[in-house]
Design a protein around this ligand. Sequence first.
Ligand code: HEC
Ligand code: HEC
Length: 291
Amino acid sequence: MIKRIFKITARVIAGLLLLLALTYLYLAYSLDTRIQKAYAVEPRIMEFTADDALLARGRHLYTIKGCEDCHGPDLSGKIMLDDPAVGLIAGSNITYGEGGLPADYTSKDWVRALRHGLNKESKPLLVMPSQELYKMSDEDISALIAFCMSQPPVNKEVPPVQLRPLGTVLSALDQIPLLAAEAIDHTYQAPAAVEALPNASFGKYLAVSCSGCHNSNFKGGEAKVPGMKPYPDITASGNVGRWTEEQFIQTLRTGKTPEGKQMKNEEMPWQMTKAYTDTELKALYAFLNDQ
Ligand code: HEC
Ligand code: HEC
């Protein structure tokens, strides 16, 4: 009798393990199909003259759009996460040095990456957050590309993004944003330029960079990766609604809130928001207080 129960239990466990393995294989396979999908998009070619003003604007955008967090200050890339369960996530070397972009990576390829989240083969880039970049104006995209292409080559090999079992499962179930290409409206027609004024409409344009964490309605929510802090509401219904414009600017420049909380840059990237101009921060304040 006991032997029989043992036998049945062993079979049930074996069955469950098999089911688990099959589910995993199915998830890994379906994710791989999405990663291997070639998109039929024709990036719009940008004409620009890389003068000093455009390059300076590009450098500013490289900082305030957070490129530095993943690709490093010299664009040579860096490992951001190497976790045995989740995987290895590294921003690639986007200079023209060894281990970086090929010599024939043209401005059209840059547009394909930034506006469509796709690589030279028109397949999805992993982790690269183009869903927060593709609505940038032609002028801003041009400035960013002009700046990046003008940077000195750095010879550095950076390992490619590699998902491990937990990362694969979370990505396959869309719990972590992996494929920007799927979240982008590939037919979107960006404005030629956006005027930098301290008003809500410019604020809305800038706030796309906050939406990945604070949610698309900026009301915050649970953390995407288990164990991380929840994201606060940064609209009028949260603390921001009680702060003066000056206090808001102070918070985004120092990481310290009027309530006395010192935020960590790894949680709230204030080293990035510190680089925003006064006009940009005023615009963000105006927009967020309207929400
Ligand atoms: C959250 C991290 C992250 C941020 C922020 C980020 N990138 Fe990336 N980027 C990546 C990763 C990872 C890759 C490599 C993706 C791959 O090879 O699948 C990549 C790839 C690229 C590529 C190479 C595309 C190709 O065809 O190989 C370019 C160009 C690029 N990023 C530019 C930028 C610029 C400019 C910014 C800022 C506006 C930026 N990235 C912000 C993570 C990031
Ligand atoms: C990588 C994720 C991330 C991004 C991007 C991000 N934030 Fe945050 N932010 C956080 C987290 C996490 C906290 C909470 C930190 C804490 O409690 O210490 C926070 C806190 C804040 C606070 C303080 C809120 C309060 O009630 O104390 C403000 C204001 C804020 N963020 C504004 C912004 C703005 C504006 C942007 C875009 C320009 C932005 N954040 C982009 C993650 C992010």
